[in-house]
Design a protein around this ligand. Structure first.
Ligand code: DON
Length: 321
């Protein structure tokens, strides 16, 4: 099937209409290398089930996964050990707090981290990736992701170094996890694998493809490869809806209504499941979406990217609710 020029024009129009919203955010200054990104950038790629990409705006830039990697580690780990193993070690409850907050632990003293998308839960599950060293764990995850996107991926060394030097909060969280006996490996090693996974470089096209595979319950409708089980995809989507946009997940669910995961680099990966009763014909058979807009809001989500998804979801009736 050929791409639909009307869809392409619409996307281009919506990118331009939403560009003004970049002023609602700033680049992630707490990781100096991310702080250097150009805050005026905004781009989106959507991929349909037949393999047609629709890309508009600034989509020629690569950026790091950051927290988007948390959804992918969760899936990779569940594939290797089974969902039960993972859910015994990390819960699926939103916290309503910032992604790097220590408050929920201090107040509730849970017997496992609340969910794999907050930093504490993510560090816990990254440390469980198969392999004796953080290098091996990283290689396992990288290989899993390369299988999904179909090409080699690499880490952004500058972003890694920048975060490593500035990761005082994550180091504190990791020590907390160690004290609570949630972390089996050493703190420095856990931080190393976590920061490596956050520093993997992707494009909006890569995110759109992974989003499509998640939307299709682990199945790539273009290559016809099943990468992970329906059950794993289902829990991943639940987590994306309830925790994917951190303490604005409720707002995102209400106004966008698409399972999504954000990162402080300004990336958003979204999975639009097929919706046969949709009020429009666009992406009725589902889609994957990759967004880049490095000016992030206080919750850590791309400010203009979120506004743009809101408009797209409304116009094309993409909400799952
Ligand atoms: O640990 C951090 O703070 C970053 N490497 C990732 C945080 C993040 O992306 C939260 N996202 N919206």
């Amino acid at each position: 099937m050929q791409t639909n020029p009307r869809i392409q024009q619409q996307l281009q129009k919506w990118v331009e209409e939403n560009r003004g919203h970049v002023i609602l955010g700033t680049t992630a200054q707490y990781i100096p290398e991310l702080g250097k990104a150009d805050p005026s950038k905004l781009g989106i790629c959507m991929l349909d089930e037949e393999g047609n990409y629709y890309c508009a705006g600034d989509t020629d830039i690569e950026f790091t996964l950051q927290s988007i990697s948390k959804a992918l580690t969760f899936i990779a780990l569940s594939c290797h050990y089974g969902l039960e193993f993972v859910l015994e070690r990390v819960d699926v409850e939103p916290t309503g707090e910032a992604f790097n907050s220590i408050i929920p632990f201090e107040i509730h003293r849970p017997n496992k981290p609340f969910n794999p998308f907050i930093n504490a839960g993510a560090i816990t599950i990254s440390a469980l990736l198969p392999g004796q060293t953080s290098q091996k764990k990283y290689e396992y995850l990288l290989h899993f992701l390369e299988e999904l996107v179909g090409h080699p991926l690499e880490m952004d060394r500058e972003v890694y170094d920048s975060e490593w030097k500035a990761s005082h909060r994550n180091r504190a969280l990791a020590y907390y996890l160690k004290e609570a006996k949630f972390l089996e490996i050493e703190v420095e090693e856990a931080l190393d694998i976590y920061i490596r996974q956050c520093s993997i470089k992707v494009s909006t096209k890569d995110l759109a493809l992974i989003g499509l595979i998640i939307a299709y319950d682990g199945y790539n409708p273009i290559t016809k490869v099943k990468h992970f089980s329906d059950e794993i995809a289902q829990v991943a989507k639940v987590l994306m809806v309830t925790c994917g946009m951190y303490n604005s997940s409720g707002n995102f669910a209400a106004h966008v209504g698409i399972p999504a995961k954000s990162g402080v680099s300004g990336g958003i990966m979204a999975a639009v499941p097929p919706k046969l009763h949709s009020q429009t014909y666009e992406f009725r058979a589902g889609a994957g979406i990759g967004v880049y807009g490095p000016a992030i809001d206080v919750q850590g989500n791309s400010a203009a990217g979120t506004m743009m998804l809101r408009q797209i979801s409304k116009e094309w009736d993409l909400s799952i609710f």
